[in-house]
Design a protein around this ligand. Structure first.
Ligand code: SAM
Length: 237
């Protein structure tokens, strides 16, 4: 198997240090260990973690410069994707891992301690509540989310957290373009504009992945996000 270091270099021009490679290996080991008693992920085999979790998470480097140390939030991060691999490779970022499920937050706190990840915190909350919190609303340069919900609802979670001029990057599968069409009204209301949709080809996978890159161009009205559950049940589409 091609090593993670080789693939990260070939695909994204990233040169992982020995420490970063070791941190990723420890993360993979603890993810598989914890998954035996806590439901964190369906992907626990070595190749799956390398490609579908680590390389897929790192693909966001094609959309944004993380070397400048931006303030980043990963919404619905689950077991830490894409946020944790990104933080390992770019120690200069300031990262918030937002997750609604307590047992996943417990795993994230464990990983932060194990890997000594500074400037990294968990937030155990729903995105609909976090979007109204002082210190969270309009606080981030980059807002990330992978596999959380369809784009019309997802932008209601993401855009309130971004600063004006900040970026939201939604990691999507084959439905990306349809979801962008369906999210037009929500984007208008919430102050977002699609900058581009970039495809990502990962080794050994047939289907392309997509990064939907959205700029925050105007303030989000204070009534958004709506109460927990409403954005997903009644998306602004
Ligand atoms: N982003 C991770 C990944 O790609 O592996 C996890 C994806 S998992 C399918 C979706 C996660 O989003 C779950 O852990 C769930 O608890 C979280 N989630 C869903 N809705 C949420 C909300 N409104 N606020 C915060 N977290 C949410």
């Amino acid at each position: 198997m091609t090593t993670l270091n080789q693939q990260a270099a070939q695909l994204f021009g990233l040169q992982l240090t020995a420490t970063q490679a070791e941190q990723l290996a420890l993360y993979a080991r603890d993810l598989a260990d914890w998954n035996t008693h806590t439901n964190l992920t369906a992907i626990v085999d070595e190749t799956g973690i390398q490609v579908k979790h680590f390389l897929d998470s790192l693909s966001v480097v094609t959309a944004c410069d993380f070397t400048t140390g931006p303030k980043v939030i990963d919404i619905g991060t689950g077991a830490g994707f894409p946020g944790v691999p990104l933080r390992i490779v770019f120690p200069q970022i300031q990262l918030t891992l937002l997750e609604a499920t307590g047992k996943k937050v417990a795993f994230l706190d464990h990983i932060i301690n194990q890997l000594h990840l500074d400037h990294t915190e968990t937030l155990h909350a729903r995105a609909e509540d976090a979007g109204h919190m002082t210190g969270q609303r309009a606080a981030y340069d980059v807002v990330l989310a992978r596999a959380v919900t369809r784009l019309p609802a997802l932008v209601e979670y993401m855009l309130p957290m971004a600063k004006i001029g900040g970026l939201c990057i939604a990691m999507k599968g084959s439905t990306a373009q349809t979801e962008v069409q369906d999210a037009k009204r929500a984007l208008n209301i919430l102050g977002g504009r699609v900058k581009s949709v970039e495809s990502v080809q990962l080794p050994g996978l047939d289907d392309l992945h997509y990064l939907v890159i959205i700029e925050k161009v105007a303030h989000t009205p204070p009534s958004y996000p709506r109460k927990p559950g409403i954005p997903a049940r009644q998306p602004l589409s």
